[in-house]
Design a protein around this ligand. Sequence first.
Ligand SMILES: [Zn+2]
Length: 252
Amino acid sequence: MFKDGVAKPKQSKEGKAIGIDLGLTDFCITSDGSKLKQPKWLRRHEKNLKRKQRKLSRQVKGSKNRDKARLKVAKVQSKISRCREDFLHKLSRKIVNENQVIVLESLNVKGMVRNPNLSKAISQVSWGQFATMLKYKAEQEGKVYLEVDRWFPSSKTCNVCLNVVGNLPLDIRAWTCNSCNTHHDRDINASINIMNEGLRILSLGTRDTACGGSVRRSRRSSRTQVPGERRPKSGRKKSTSRQSPVKQEAHA
Ligand SMILES: [Zn+2]
């Protein structure tokens, strides 16, 4: 993983594992059952930004008022990015401190679609920053960070019996497995599946981070099947951190 040959702490995957699902309503949903929204004040700043951007767009080009409005927009943008970074730093620090293995769903699938919706674009920037922070903080401490693809149906698979439900529209936030009767919160079930998928990959030993040892799962898991449609994970090690391509647009 480290081509430069610099000695990094030896990675270990002894200890607790966590799976993390990222979303819009809740910023972060974890396999241990917690849901976290972006702080309210951050969302307030985002509304403020929208308002000031609208005001800017109404000003005549080349006018003094336009300059003033532009300055106001820039100030709010800078405030938002500092607040957001602070929030993401604290959250990623907490997660890395409390866990040994951190599994995130890949942002390739859900996040990187260009989206005209401003709040979604802002969330995508946050997801990318968050993934980057989790990754480097985990690596600094010799912990394991990995991303799993969402080619497997993490929302639609029951984490208890691995039954896959046929259809689960986005507005269905909770469901009951028709095979084992477990009642699931949609997002928490997904994040448990993300964790299990990460642990499965580690147990296969296809990554250089898989250096033996046992991981305590925070939830019961008996995942053994290997659906054939999953892509091989071994070639993806270096692509685990990224910034969102919508970064510029989010503040445009
Ligand atoms: Zn089930």
